[in-house]
Design a protein around this ligand. Structure first.
Ligand code: SF4
Length: 96
């Protein structure tokens, strides 16, 4: 499977449950803020960091139970936990 690279990330704050599972998967990108109603993306999470964190971001999107995490890939495609690319990623990880 081709390794996809993430160049942008955002969270659908209308559906985010603010329980921070994603922070455990990608702590360099996501952070919990006291009193917030959704997870936050760290201001220092620039494109290079997102590229470096692509695999962890795939995991974060995969474990998010409401598919709130949106990832834009270097192909221009926007994906979330419901996307076929994420499902294939998980299937590949299980095989290795
Ligand atoms: S795992 Fe999903 S629902 Fe939970 S805090 Fe992260 S983005 Fe929000």
């Amino acid at each position: 499977m081709k390794q996809h690279t993430v160049i942008k990330v955002w969270v659908d704050t209308d559906v985010c449950l603010a329980h921070y599972l994603c922070v455990h998967e990608a702590p360099r990108v996501f952070e919990e803020r006291e009193g917030a109603v959704s997870v936050h993306i760290k201001p220092e999470a620039d494109t290079q960091l997102l590229r470096d964190e692509s695999e962890n971001l795939f995991w974060a999107a995969a474990i998010c139970p409401v598919s709130a995490i949106k990832l834009k890939l270097d192909t221009g495609e926007v994906i979330d936990g419901d996307s076929e690319i994420i499902k294939q990623f998980i299937a590949c990880q299980r095989r290795t």
